[in-house]
Design a protein around this ligand. Structure first.
Ligand code: G4P
Length: 286
């Protein structure tokens, strides 16, 4: 299943970020704790290489805790400041302030040595669409400062926000990148809802999810839908059999009584995205 999504406004936003990167001391990158690598934009990596780096594993409340701690360690070993965040509830936000301060310390000290006392440290907040960037900024700044919404790509303009007297944040629009190196990246991004669903075949996407769950979380579908399913699925065709069983069990039927796979697919994706299937991480550190 091939997925690419890089509309024009993202290319424009990337240019804005490139123009502003010279003003920035620290890059705060939100990734989704369920897919920490696939949700990490390689264009940002290229842009922000020599800046102080903070990675926030957002939505950790939706991820599988067994893997979240390994991911934290993975990024720490690569020299990032890392925090687990639930922007929706505010869990972990206080710790973010501490690590952003820490990431800025060196810069503040350097400024002081140069006699620059009042220049705030500037941090750019980046992340793919729907990663929770607006919710995070609202939670961090403590008021409704950034517009939030459930459509990928809702934040469009450029926005500076004062966090405290020492730190200013530049909010940026959620962007993807022109070409996913591996088709699984596109699939994972689509599964967590960071790709506009209108350009996706959601039935095919749900079959990919069924294959993944069969391999890594084999009990999940049986438990959720109270059905017996074949195990050790080999391909999308065998995954379609499972989708059919879900459709029948949940009464997703076409006029003639045939299972309605499209409806069942949407139901399964919705159950995954709302964690009704449980806390599931879609990729694991090597
Ligand atoms: P964006 O700016 O990066 O595009 O994302 P935004 O903040 O709009 O958040 C996208 C969705 O993710 C929102 O849900 C938001 O509530 C949810 N969200 C953000 N951070 C977290 C988190 O850490 N944990 C959980 N569980 N959810 C998070 P929504 O369904 O679109 O809106 P709502 O019904 O929650 O208001």
């Amino acid at each position: 299943m091939q997925i690419q999504w890089y509309p024009g406004h993202m290319a424009k936003a990337k240019r804005m970020m490139q123009e502003n990167i010279k003003l920035i001391d620290v890059v705060i990158e939100l990734v989704d704790a369920r897919i920490p690598l696939s949700s990490k934009n390689p264009d940002i990596e290229a842009m922000a290489g020599n800046k102080s780096r903070v990675i926030l594993l957002n939505k950790y409340d939706m991820a599988d805790p067994r893997h979240t701690s390994s991911w934290k360690e993975y990024f720490e070993n690569k020299g990032y400041f890392v925090a687990l965040v639930n922007s929706k509830s505010g869990n972990g936000i206080k710790q973010v302030k501490d690590i952003v301060n820490k990431a800025c310390e060196e810069k503040i000290a350097r400024n002081r040595r140069k006699g620059i006392m009042n220049r705030p440290v500037r941090a750019m907040v980046v992340g793919i669409p729907n990663v929770g960037k607006s919710t995070f900024i609202n939670s961090l700044v403590g008021r409704a400062s950034a517009k939030t919404g459930n459509k990928p790509g809702v934040t469009k303009g450029k926005q500076w926000i004062r966090l405290n007297k020492n730190i200013e944040l530049l909010d940026t629009p959620g962007i993807t990148w022109p070409k996913f190196e591996d088709q699984n990246i596109g699939i994972r991004l689509a599964l967590i809802g960071s790709i506009n669903d209108n350009i996706i075949n959601t039935t095919d996407l749900s079959l990919e999810l069924i294959l993944f769950l069969d391999k890594h979380y084999p009990e999940v579908i049986e438990n959720r839908y109270e059905i017996e399913t074949p195990k050790g699925l080999e391909d999308l065709k065998s995954a379609a059999k499972v989708l059919e069983l879900i459709a029948i069990k949940r009464g997703c039927l076409q006029k003639g009584g045939e299972p309605d796979l499209d409806r069942a697919a949407n139901l399964l994706l919705e159950d995954f995205r709302s964690t009704r299937l449980g806390n599931i991480t879609l990729e694991f550190p090597e």
